[in-house]
Design a protein around this ligand. Sequence first.
Ligand code: SAM
Length: 244
Amino acid sequence: MKKISQRLQKIDSMVTIHYQSIWDCCCDHGLLGLSLLKRKSAETIHFVDIVPSLIANIEQLLQQHFSSKSYAQHWQVHCLDVAKIPLTAQNKQLVIIAGVGGELLTSFVEKIITAYQQQCSNDSISWLEFILCPVHHNYQVRQTLIKHNVILLDECIVTENKRFYEIIHVKVQLTNKPPKQEYVSSLSAVGDKMWDFSLNEHQHYLSKTIKHYQRMLLAAPLGEQDKIKTIIEQYSSLFPLVNT
Ligand SMILES: C[S@@+](CC[C@H](N)C(=O)[O-])C[C@H]1O[C@@H](n2cnc3c(N)ncnc32)[C@H](O)[C@@H]1O
């Protein structure tokens, strides 16, 4: 079996409570879900990927190694588009999406929230947790989450193969009623508690991110420029925190 990457190990370590369901979406090799299953971090671990051969491999592996009485009831495999995962209303439910582009990930989150919301009756309030680790477009992912008034639970930066990744753990309140003031998002579009500017790596990641948007600004049509300038300002405003 392949070795679980540092990035996935970090995500694993951020799962600190027991859930009714955890959905390892875009699971590929299934290593994250397998690690969560081994330590029984949920009543049911769901392995989801759209590629049939990947899901067939995972199912075979699960049947070989996790068919004993203590595990067999605790996993399910789904060869499915993540946008269509069949969530049912549950108290403690976590959706993990990692290793896919930020734009695709954003569309998954939107569709999952919309589908789950439709299940909420007028009076019911339900919470859904996400751990998200996009490849690029973190700002856009965060903006979508902020739009849904998510509450930040945890966030961090990990490096893997010289690439930076943000891992964002949030919960969203789903109800048909408008959100109460106290639930207005505590997530920042540019990240907050994840930054540790005593680390050169984090300073480097921030500079790199600002340079990326400065390059985008040079190529952007007039109508897009103000938006990009705002993003640059937001990231640049983090710099005074360096060396404090
Ligand atoms: C690079 S892998 C990520 C694996 C793992 N989550 C990680 O972070 O290392 C991306 C996976 O997403 C799957 N995928 C892409 N689009 C999907 C979709 N719409 N629904 C489900 N899985 C999808 C691919 O088949 C692939 O296995």
